[in-house]
Write a protein that binds this ligand. Structure first.
Ligand code: BTN
Length: 257
């Protein structure tokens, strides 16, 4: 594995990714998100990339642990210094989800969906997760760290997640080389971040609704349950309750019932 030798394919200057430099590759680390947040505080530039083969303290959303066997996944974090207001950061997760989908959909036979707000799902199982964290000074956004865990070669997951997780290998993906996948993901993320900065959620709402894994499904979001009815104009989840009322949910952990 030679992540430190990641080379971007020759591309026109318009599509050339502006993410991935400098690159910090470590075979083993605690959490690439922690590394990126630390670097952000020391002034590391937009586009800095932190990659590992193994994490000893990988983190998911809401205090969850991110489990990944050594060398079987893509585990990376990108430091962004985007032109966004703090209020726009939560929906950035959705734009990143679309970027992952752009890069992965051509490789797998099933339909690649986004399970609001941060999971990539194929055939009802989780293929990848996104953890977006912000660094603030006062109420001003200094940096955003986008952490991604993508299951690549795993064929056997730990028992506690086996029923809910999938990988590119299990889906029969056409390619499994992690460096090439990383290049494609970085290109897709660069394009989506740029577009999100100029159009916000409005520019991706139709795509998000088309890719929504929860639409028409019975779900529980923390204490609320209902039927997924797509996303609203701010990228919040629309949930229809038992009396037919539709409410927007700003954040939460979604469980498919
Ligand atoms: C989730 O599904 O809750 C988000 C998972 C994000 C995991 C990735 S792996 C690389 C980066 N480093 C971390 O500690 N977490 C993210």
């Amino acid at each position: 594995m030679a992540f430190d030798a990641v080379r971007f394919r020759a591309q026109s200057s318009e599509t050339k990714p502006k993410l991935g430099r400098p690159l910090m590759y470590q075979p083993v680390t605690g959490s690439t998100n922690d590394n990126a947040l630390l670097a952000a505080r020391s002034g590391a530039p937009h586009g800095s990339l932190f990659v590992a083969d193994e994490q000893t303290a990988g983190r998911g959303r809401r205090g969850n642990t991110w489990l990944a066997a050594p060398g079987e996944s893509l585990l990376f974090s990108i430091l962004l210094r985007p032109q966004l207001e703090l209020a726009q950061v939560s929906a950035l997760t959705l734009a990143i989800g679309l970027a992952l989908r752009d890069a992965i959909a051509p490789l797998v036979p099933g339909s690649v969906q986004i399970k609001w707000p941060n999971d990539l799902y194929v055939d009802g199982k989780k293929l990848a997760g996104v953890l977006v964290e912000s660094q603030l000074q006062g109420d001003r956004l200094q940096a955003v760290v986008v952490g991604i865990g993508l299951n690549v070669a795993t064929r056997q997951f730990p028992e506690e997640i086996a029923a809910r997780a999938t990988s590119l290998a299990l889906l029969g993906a056409a390619r499994l080389e992690r460096e090439a996948l990383l290049q494609e993901l970085l290109c897709a993320i660069a394009l989506r971040v740029e577009a999100y900065q100029s159009t916000g959620v409005a520019g991706i709402l139709d795509e998000l609704n088309a890719a929504d894994a929860l639409r028409g499904k019975r779900v529980r979001v923390d204490a609320q349950s209902g039927i997924g009815r797509g996303l609203d104009a701010q990228g919040r989840l629309l949930l229809e309750d038992e009396s037919g009322g539709v409410h927007s949910v700003l954040s939460g952990t979604v469980e498919l019932l």
